[in-house]
Design a protein around this ligand. Structure first.
Ligand code: ZN
Length: 364
């Protein structure tokens, strides 16, 4: 069977096909022209990768009796939904045919792995979860309760060595000169550039990434996201500052959590399967807009995690300058929380008048 490098979106597997594949006119699966083609009759480089990943799965007949029915899935569904290995254009039949061809021997010896429901037995094993979960009790709500109500600064609910390792998988470099934006509600006259950075420590209020008194510069990738994030009302005036990065930096890109490849060398796919939902939750919580009814205590869990990320050192220096996360208010935008506001300089301001606002709604 033949397929191409565009059929695969996984960041570790795609380069393998681009290295070993032959360029052919078009891919018989996705139709891509002039693509690197992987031919299972000739190539075998991907077989080990997939077979190692399949080792975390147990066929239905061998799963414990109390394994939850809703956690049983087909292998194809796992590869598409949990691991995001294949291009969205491919149907589940395409994916099934590809893995069956890549792992032909495995299919012959164990067809039930491919054709019947499977599960990750450890997802239901309390002892295993306690030893390998980023959150000791494997529950975000327990972690939040512990921080809010029991021990604010020395909780043992989070496993920092795991969090540290995952941050290293989702590093993102920004080059000097990159531009981001910050907005402030203002008057028609706007603010001067020197008043557009993060407030001084004595005026720094608590946010998702910083505790009160700790400076943090919240930036957005574009004008629309900036206006959405400050939640400007109709007829408000908004001053938008253009911020330019003064040196190369590394940030933790929480948005990339869903796309960490299970094939990264040194990454244990079983541990990843266990922690992926927790990591996604951290991204969601940091990006979640506050409602008026929320308490300042609701910031604490993400502040705690951000403080840890800020504390990670490499060769005596802080490793990460900030955290990037999805904007939940403007789906196409990204936000950047910078731990050291002086890394960016405000190079210009513009004042906008909000003349129209549209509300989205859904019936509850
Ligand atoms: Zn293709």
């Amino acid at each position: 069977m033949k397929f191409c490098s565009h059929c695969i979106v996984d960041g570790e597997l795609r380069p393998i096909i681009e290295t070993f594949g032959q360029v052919e006119n078009s891919c018989p699966v996705c139709g891509k022209r002039k693509a690197f083609i992987y031919d299972t009759d000739v190539h075998s480089k991907l077989t080990d990768n997939f077979e190692q990943l399949f080792e975390i799965y147990t066929p239905e007949f061998a799963l414990p009796h109390d394994f939850p029915a809703e956690e049983k899935k087909l292998l194809v569904t796992e590869l598409i939904d949990r691991w995001h290995i294949f291009n969205d254009k491919l149907s589940s039949t395409d994916v099934y045919r590809i893995i069956r061809a890549v792992c032909a021997e495995k299919y012959t010896s164990m067809p039930s792995l491919f054709d019947a429901p499977i599960g990750i037995a450890e997802l239901n094993d309390t002892e295993f979860l306690r030893a390998h979960s980023l959150l000791r009790s494997n529950s975000w709500n327990d972690f939040v309760k512990s921080l809010k109500e029991q021990n604010r600064f020395h909780t043992n609910h989070i496993e920092f060595t795991i969090l540290d390792r995952y941050c290293s998988y989702i590093r993102k470099v920004y080059k000097k000169g990159t531009v981001f934006f910050r907005g402030r509600l203002s008057t028609e006259d706007g603010f001067p550039a020197e008043d557009m950075s993060a407030p001084p420590s004595d005026k720094a209020s608590a946010g998702r990434v910083n505790s009160a008194g700790i400076r943090c510069l919240y930036l957005a990738s574009d004008l629309d996201t900036t206006i959405h994030e400050i939640r400007a009302g109709v007829f408000d005036y908004v001053t938008i500052g253009r911020f330019e990065l003064t040196q190369d930096i590394v940030v933790v890109d929480l948005k990339a959590i869903d796309h960490i490849s299970p094939f990264i060398e040194g990454l244990d796919p079983l541990e990843h399967a266990i922690n992926k939902e927790h990591l996604k939750r951290i991204n969601l919580e940091i990006g979640r807009p506050l409602r008026r009814s929320d308490s300042i205590l609701d910031y604490i869990p993400t502040q705690y995690i951000a403080d840890f990320i800020k504390s990670i050192m490499y060769e005596g220096k802080p490793e990460y300058a900030g955290i990037e996360y999805n904007s939940t208010i403007n789906q196409s935008g990204q936000n950047l929380a910078i731990f050291y506001p002086e890394l960016f300089v405000c190079t210009g301001v513009e004042v906008y008048h909000i003349n129209e606002l549209s509300y989205g709604k859904e019936k509850l």
